[in-house]
Ligand binder design. Structure first.
Ligand code: SIN
Length: 500
């Protein structure tokens, strides 16, 4: 029964969020014999990770090398990646694959028993491992969830929204939350935010409605710095508006297997637009499709020329989902349009996931290590979840904080629900694939008049950073500053003292 009295729980490590980063951070902390509480605002199966289709990038093939993976990641990041973070990702990532297998994740194999490797945009090698074809997210999360539930050191609080971090004077000692049993104060030696991204703040999105950037708002309210928030990745191929599953993702791996982007008359959209054609970096492909749509020309993903059996085996959930809305893959053309997909920026962390607030860590999409720069390389995000959750959990296990919450302000508001429709529309129109000073200024003025809440906070931070970057680079395109400006090849870090 729900109680009005605040329960108190105490733990070594508190993990907020149950995507791949959160699940793995919990398991890794328990591996170090730490008591863990894992809090998630929905069910364990409701994370954004669950929806991931492409897979996980790692240089495991004989003709590949982590060094090449580093170079591809840096090139996609358009001059803004933190090289040290990228090296950690690409070199540590290979080791993390063994950990994943030990946890029961079984990667798809080719006929010779080697990992089957997919190709995605801007990778110069086939290096995307997958599980169950395009069901990778769910099939990677399920074994981790089973282990989390079976681990006596891990207490799971589902349907529990974090209202505020219990932080004062730059130190975090846990969280104030509210769940089915009423309010709860969880005191923790270390708090690891793994709350995922924020792309459900845009009208067109591939993300589930819960991806509202809660962790960014919580960390910001506690005084943490955030970085790179102007860089939003718009995925080129989501189902177009007007289809029954508007925004449903059509994995880039389809283009990796030979699907192409065509107009009504069958002519290729990307011919001559970029040397890598259909597999050019996502921002390039997304803007090319957007330009066609603005000119009134629909764009289709076509796999008609591919082997039907192979497509069905490689993309089973896509074939099924499309059939459910009357679209045929690979037989028919699928109408596509860009949608907000991934936030490169987030809570500013070092390579151990430490934020600028003591005792507070972040990993996965909520974090910004600088690994993605201005544009994330496809399928680096699931790798990031494991690599940086591992490092955050290791650091937290051996650097316990005080876990006291004396002096921490009690929560003022409510946990974030889905973002309001008018906010999502404004973000799409004024802070979408193309932005300019006039639209962003209007948007910020409008946000200033909205009732305070996590979605408004995050939308304001993103649009403030977008207004500040007066150039075009990676996922950030300014109509009024369409060129890249070498003098702006540095990151925008916002701190609560410097932006109100
Ligand atoms: C996709 O499958 O196209 C998405 C993979 C990713 O976002 O890296």
């Amino acid at each position: 029964m729900r109680s009005a009295v605040t329960r108190r729980l105490s733990t070594d490590v508190l993990v907020v969020g149950a995507g791949l980063a959160g699940l793995y951070a919990a398991l890794r902390s328990a591996h170090h014999r730490r008591e863990v509480v894992l809090v998630t605002k929905g069910a364990l199966q409701a994370s954004n990770s669950f929806w991931a289709q492409g897979g996980i990038a790692a240089a495991v093939d004989l003709d590949d090398d982590p060094r090449l993976h580093v170079e591809d990641t840096l090139a996609a990041g358009d001059g803004l990646c933190d090289r040290a973070a990228v090296e950690v990702l690409c070199y540590d990532g290979v080791g993390r694959l063994y950990d994943m297998e030990a946890l029961g994740i079984v990667f798809d194999r080719d006929l010779h028993g080697a990992p089957a490797l997919g190709l995605e945009g801007a990778h110069r090698r086939r290096r995307v491992l997958h599980v169950g074809g395009s069901e990778s997210g769910r099939r990677m999360a399920e074994p981790l969830i089973a282990r989390v539930l079976a681990d006596p050191r891990i207490t799971v609080l589902e349907h529990t929204a974090v209202l505020a971090l219990a932080a004062s004077d730059g130190v975090c000692g846990g969280v104030h939350a509210d769940g089915p049993d009423g309010p709860v104060l969880v005191e923790a030696g270390a708090t690891i935010l793994a709350t995922g991204g924020a792309c459900a703040l845009w009208e067109r999105t591939t993300n589930p409605p819960g991806a509202t950037g809660d962790g960014i708002a919580l960390a910001w309210a506690a005084g943490a710095a955030v970085a790179d928030l102007e860089f939003v990745q718009f995925h080129p191929t989501a189902l177009a508006a007007g289809t029954p599953r508007d925004g449903f993702l059509l994995s880039e791996a389809l283009r990796g297997e030979g699907a192409t982007l065509v107009r009504d008359d069958g002519s290729p959209v990307m011919a001559g637009a970029h040397p890598q054609g259909d597999l050019a970096p996502r921002d390039v492909v997304a803007r090319a499709i957007d330009a066609e749509l603005r000119a009134g020309r629909p764009v289709y993903l076509s796999a008609e020329h591919l082997d039907g059996g192979r497509v069905a085996a490689r993309f089973p959930n896509l074939v099924e989902a499309l059939a459910g809305v009357g679209l045929e893959l690979p037989g028919g053309r699928i109408p596509v349009a860009p949608a907000a997909h991934y936030l490169m920026g987030g809570v500013h962390t070092d390579l151990d996931g430490r934020t600028t607030v003591d005792g507070l860590y972040a990993c996965g999409e909520v974090a910004c290590t600088g690994v993605h720069g201005a544009n994330r390389l496809a399928s680096n995000s699931l790798l990031e979840c494991f690599v940086f959750a591992h490092r955050a959990a290791d650091h937290a296990a051996f650097h316990p904080g005080s876990g006291t919450v004396d002096g921490a302000a009690p929560p003022a508001g409510e946990g974030g629900g889905p973002a309001p429709a008018d906010l999502r529309r404004r973000m799409w129109l004024d802070c979408g694939l193309e932005r300019d000073a006039a639209g962003l200024t209007d948007l910020i003025a409008w946000l200033d008049e909205q009732p305070d809440g996590p979605a408004v906070t995050v939308a304001r931070l993103v649009s403030t950073a977008a207004l500040r970057r007066e150039e075009s680079r990676g996922g950030h395109f300014r109509r009024d500053f369409p060129e890249r400006d070498p003098r702006q090849a540095h990151r925008i870090v916002l701190t609560p003292e410097r932006v109100s």
